[in-house]
Design a protein around this ligand. Structure first.
Ligand SMILES: [Zn+2]
Length: 434
């Protein structure tokens, strides 16, 4: 399927470069090279003139001119004439040199973003400006928990995606891959994942070998956070949290306009914070995790009891959850009580996030967000009532529903960030990318 309009994501496929990437890239506490700042600014704006860039970033015309000349010579930016706007009152204005806009050389590089999931894998192919060129998805083999199968499926998905748009592996400069679990972005190792039967110290290297392209690996909640930071509601915010309740409970945190990954590379695991001593068993093996009360698989487990469908649980937990949702909509009290209880636990989790990080906004984000009982007005008001705010207004919560490709779109941001760092020549370590 060729790229189409998918809710929430501005694909910019109408020909104009709509821009992607953080809009506040110069707020980081560590100074970035001017070359990076200017390139990121052009990509975030979609296109801009040298004069606008100088004004926006407070950089002298001479510096802008020198650095952008280098970026053009390197093939990262290009010049494009700006359509002249006739001035009827002053027809003489505009007769001089026509204004020129700088844009990212979009076709110079291509990346792939991939989300590997329990039931389905999705992928997006994007150009260097962040425009979506093609997308693909495929069902996964049920109940497999093997790195070898996962890698083979990723390879098959990549081939399918390339076939969609008539490209081949040599056209791809970087692949970003996201999966659930404790994924160390810097080392490419996975300490735990519900998708693997054992930890892996070299999973990224195995992906790279199989895909034949430099590959980066990250936690799927980080992908969602990058999707918000590069393409969504987080583009103009410097500090915010993203919480997702799809495929488990995940969280990402942006500080100073950059994704925070924690000192040891793994970052936030909101789903495995404890909300009950000796509580329900989580798929991580521990008890009392938030995820064990809120995640789709946890609800499916309760749905099997409420709907008396134990035998169907292992076959299709999502179908079971859909049935539960339909029952709740129809007024089934047992089904409603399951969603309400999960909503109260989510309120507890969100309150803890607000209390610990004091973010500008908590974005409750995901592909479908279809189970609206979980983030109903009562849930958010319970979250506010649990949170100590004093005289200040309570933390703001926004709900974003994107469509199924949001995870892969976040993986595109991961790949674009890593590739840009590498190309512009400042990436000393993998850990500094994205
Ligand atoms: Zn857990």
């Amino acid at each position: 399927m060729i790229a189409s309009d998918l809710g929430g994501i501005d694909t910019g496929n109408d020909g104009a470069l709509a821009g992607c990437g953080p809009l506040l890239s110069n707020v980081a506490p560590v100074a970035r090279p001017l070359r990076h700042v200017l390139f990121d600014h052009v990509r975030a704006q979609g296109g801009t003139t040298r004069a606008e860039m100088g004004r926006a970033l407070g950089v002298s015309a001479a510096s802008v001119s020198a650095v952008t000349s280098d970026l053009i010579a390197d093939g990262f930016l290009r010049e494009s004439p700006v359509a002249a706007v006739p001035d009827v009152e002053n027809p003489r204005i505009g007769r001089g040199r026509p204004p020129v806009e700088l844009q990212v050389a979009a076709e110079a590089y291509h990346v792939i973003g991939m989300k590997l999931g329990d039931l389905r894998h999705t992928a997006v192919l994007s150009d260097f400006a962040g425009r979506r060129i093609a997308e693909a998805s495929m069902p996964t083999r049920p109940n497999r928990k093997s790195a070898a199968i996962l890698i083979a499926e990723a390879r098959a998905l990549m081939d399918k995606l390339l076939a969609e748009c008539g490209k081949n592996r040599r056209d791809i400069s970087c692949v970003g891959v996201g999966m659930a679990g404790m994924v160390d972005f810097a080392t490419g190792s996975v300490a735990w994942s519900p998708m693997l039967d054992a930890p892996s110290t070299a999973l990224r290297g195995q992906f790279e070998t199989a895909l034949g392209v430099p590959t980066w690996l990250d936690n799927d909640a980080n992908l969602l956070t990058l999707a918000e930071l590069w393409f969504g509601g987080g583009r103009s915010k410097s500090d915010f949290a993203v919480v997702t309740i799809e495929h488990g409970v995940g969280m990402g945190l942006v500080l100073f306009n950059q994704l925070y990954r924690g000192a040891r590379g793994v970052g936030m695991e909101l789903g495995h914070t404890k909300v009950q001593l000796d509580g329900a068993l989580c798929r991580c093996g521990k008890r009392g995790c938030l995820e064990a009360y809120v995640a789709d698989y946890a609800l499916a487990r309760e749905a099997a009891t409420a709907l008396d469908q134990h035998e169907s649980l292992s076959e299709s937990p999502l179908a079971l959850l859909e049935s539960l949702f339909v029952e709740a909509r129809g007024g089934n009290e047992a089904a409603l009580s399951i969603f309400r209880r999960a909503g109260r636990y989510l309120a507890l989790g969100l309150s803890n996030v607000a209390q610990m990080f004091d973010p500008e906004v908590i974005i409750l984000s995901g592909g479908r967000m279809q189970y609206d009982y979980l983030y109903a007005r009562e849930v958010l008001s319970e979250m506010q009532s649990m949170t100590l705010t004093g005289a200040r207004p309570p933390a703001r919560v926004e709900i974003h529903s994107w469509g199924d490709l949001v995870w892969a779109q976040g993986a595109v941001a991961l790949a674009l960030g890593a590739l840009t760092e590498q190309l512009l020549g400042h990436s000393a370590t993998r850990g500094s990318a994205a």
